[in-house]
Design a protein around this ligand. Sequence first.
Ligand code: MG
Length: 160
Amino acid sequence: MASLRIGHGYDIHRTAPHRRLVLGGVAFASDFGLDGHSDADCLTHAICDALLGAAGLPDIGHFFPNTDAQWQDADSQVLLQHVVRELRARGWQPVNLDASLIAERPKIAPRLAEMRTVLAASTGLAPDAIGLKATTNEGSDDIGKGLAIAAHAVALIEKI
Ligand code: MG
């Protein structure tokens, strides 16, 4: 039987003016972005943590500390590609991903197919091995008030 592992990731970033909004590697035309050291792509960060968690590795902050100028405004797809290389170096590869993005705005659903294409390229997965959903928090809490965007992800990995 194949050796399989599952992992979970969660991330949240506060919204901020004068920042680019990048989610799942896709840039949105928006009057706000997300605050963070890198491009603050919380969906990609949650996926990174799910993959790292599945492999029993420390979280994204360990590999890409926000005190390291190298990762300032970094494209999070570069981080995700690095995470997949870390897994492969330990004999693991992704099998599938499933993630949920929680954002009051902008409208995410029309861009989900683009995100899957970008995330597939970064992970070496087929787009149909990447599940993506977008929902809102129905106006409740800080996410619902548009003050933050969050993402949850799970990842399955297998021994190469
Ligand atoms: Mg993050």
